[in-house]
Design a protein. Structure first.
Length: 399
């Protein structure tokens, strides 16, 4: 995998695949700009080297997908899913104008790219407005690639997806890894090949299906696996430790039963924070999992679980964390993630890695982010890489 620092980019059009899929609030404003901020070193490097920088990313799901074969009205805007809000943030971080064109292929885009001068930055529209993006269409990938002389993948967080804007450009133009991509791969290679031991995996959050397989991987390859969030809740229900909560769907039950419960490495909450709803405004209490009532749900781990988890983490050589341990957006349920997070960063000898937007957002709110060795904004991609090795987007850079 060649670094962008090995390429001659002066005067070249450099197509950079970023991950700007950030959260928006109810007013359409960006509520978490960390992913944009992480892309700045690569963009800034290219600008200073005299490149013409063309930025490409997916964003929120558009209201309607279109096809390359469909004609869009000149200047037509997509009603939902436009990446335009990212433009202002980029201008703040880069301290320069960022041009925007509301498409990512076609004559209008090519015309804008042809007008660029050295050091210019052009942001293209959400790649996922086209159905050919997820279909990994060669035609779509070739059309995108025609915009650049060089391709840079700086989006590790989506490199586990075989999508056209990720894996097709290296087939048509010289391809390099961005600064962020290089760093993530370098650190995760250490975890794969020569990790500091003991190895602790903390798995939380709500994306149950995508994390079950990695739980079993870590039960085989790590020293301890600590569960929290919705994943822990489902385990408590399926193991019939918690009696009164709704039984999960057949699909969820099936994947949860795949976990090796006989492993002494597996740790689940011994106490929890329960409440009637997720507002945190009434009925919040700490209790044993077996004593949660049918009128409640579990929104965090309890104090005894936090203590146990922190004790385990304090002895770790490597800690990999993906997913909050509770509904950390609410202060009433933020204690588990914050308390264990504080114990996590206090272990100065450990290699500390966190993955996923929700985890990184929580660490940012708790002022813990700068004390972590690696922040990967793609939790699924990070776990996939540790478990399976090179992903489609990274393989494409190496071939």
């Amino acid at each position: 995998m060649k670094s962008i620092k090995e390429a001659d980019v002066n005067g070249k059009r450099v197509l950079v695949r970023c991950d700007f899929n950030v959260s928006l609030d109810e007013n359409g404003n960006i509520s978490n700009d960390l992913r944009i901020h992480q892309a700045i070193p690569t963009i800034d490097y290219l600008v200073k080297k005299g490149a013409k920088v063309i930025l490409l990313s997916h964003f929120k799901a558009p209201e309607e997908l279109i096809s390359m074969s469909e004609e869009r009205e000149e200047g037509a805007k997509i009603r939902r899913g436009s990446i335009f809000p990212v433009k202002k943030k980029l201008e703040i971080f880069l301290k320069k104008e960022v041009k925007f064109v509301n498409d990512c292929i076609g004559k209008k885009v090519k015309d804008e790219a042809d007008k660029m001068n050295k050091g210019d930055v052009l942001l293209l529209e959400n790649t996922r407005i086209y159905k050919e993006e997820k279909e990994n269409s060669s035609k779509f990938g070739k059309e995108i690639s025609s915009l650049g002389d060089i391709f840079v993948n700086d989006a590790f967080s989506v490199s586990h997806r075989d999508h056209a804007s990720v894996t097709k450009p290296p087939l048509y133009i010289p391809a390099f890894a961005g600064i962020l991509m290089e760093r993530e791969v370098r650190v995760l290679n250490k975890v794969q090949k020569n990790p500091r031991k003991p190895i602790i995996a903390i798995i939380g959050g709500a994306k149950i299906e995508s994390k079950i397989s990695v739980i079993n991987y870590f039960l085989e390859n790590a020293d301890h696996v600590l569960l929290g969030g919705k994943i822990a809740n489902m385990v408590l229900i399926v193991r019939e430790i918690t009696f009164n909560l709704p039984w999960p769907s057949k699909e969820i039950e099936t994947v949860v039963r795949e976990i090796d419960y006989t492993s002494p490495k597996l740790h689940i909450p011994v106490d929890v924070i329960a409440a009637p709803d997720n507002t945190g405004e009434r009925g919040v209490r700490e209790t044993a999992p077996a004593k949660v009532s049918s009128k409640e749900d579990i929104f965090d781990i309890g104090h005894e679980t936090r203590r146990l988890y922190k004790d385990i983490i304090s002895e770790a050589g490597t800690v990999i964390w993906a997913g909050p341990l509770g509904f950390s957006e609410r202060e009433a349920f933020a204690g588990g993630t914050r308390d264990v997070g504080e114990g996590f960063v206090k272990n100065e000898k450990a290699l500390k890695i966190i993955g996923g937007g929700d985890t990184s957002s929580a660490f940012y709110r708790f002022n813990l982010l700068d004390k972590v060795n690696l922040v990967s904004y793609g939790g699924g991609a990070m776990l996939n890489y540790i478990r399976k090795g090179p992903m489609p987007g990274i393989k494409a850079l190496r071939e």
